[in-house]
Design a protein around this ligand. Structure first.
Ligand code: SF4
Ligand code: SF4
Length: 151
């Protein structure tokens, strides 16, 4: 028996039923486009706020007063007047190591992966989408679940 026969076959869309059954490519080019532009929300959970506060050596209440706004029952990081995320500066994300799940799972969101067209739309605004590192189907699925569960 050839050693090659022990290798797992790549999953194909026929098996997974998903258009991205062969995986997707993405490597962040750190252009900052997804952290700026139109107004939006960067949702943060209580646990994420505590983690970011610790990283910034702030107490959680002080962190919330300075960097967080309420949006209904949820919380979102505040934006600068030009709609940039408050943590985006000339070197990129100031809290990169502890950024919220919303940021770590981009662009593998349900809204971006629902169809090939949605993915192409996403790639037209995110220059890292469709290029670079290959994410296997299972990795994409894990990130989608992570993003859904964070909310
Ligand atoms: S838009 Fe895409 S490439 Fe640019 S910083 Fe965001 S994730 Fe990275
Ligand atoms: S927390 Fe960081 S990665 Fe997330 S939107 Fe703000 S600057 Fe971008």
């Amino acid at each position: 028996m050839s050693i090659l026969s022990k290798r797992r076959k790549p999953r194909h869309s026929r098996e997974t039923g998903k258009w991205y059954g062969d995986g997707l490519r993405f490597t962040c080019l750190r252009c900052g486009a997804c952290c700026s532009g139109d107004p939006g929300h960067v949702w943060v959970t209580r646990r994420e706020m505590e983690r970011i506060a610790r990283y910034l050596e702030m107490d959680p209440d002080g962190f919330m007063r300075e960097y967080v706004r309420r949006a209904g029952f949820d919380h979102s990081l505040i934006e600068r007047p030009n709609s940039d995320c408050i943590f985006l500066d000339e070197n990129g994300c100031r809290i990169h190591r502890v950024r919220p799940v919303q940021c770590t799972t981009w662009p593998f969101w349900k809204s971006n992966t629902t169809s090939r067209e949605a993915w192409e739309r996403c790639c037209s605004t995110c220059p890292g989408g469709g290029h670079g590192r290959h994410y296997a189907y299972s990795e994409v699925q894990k990130l989608l679940v992570k993003q859904e569960e964070a909310r």
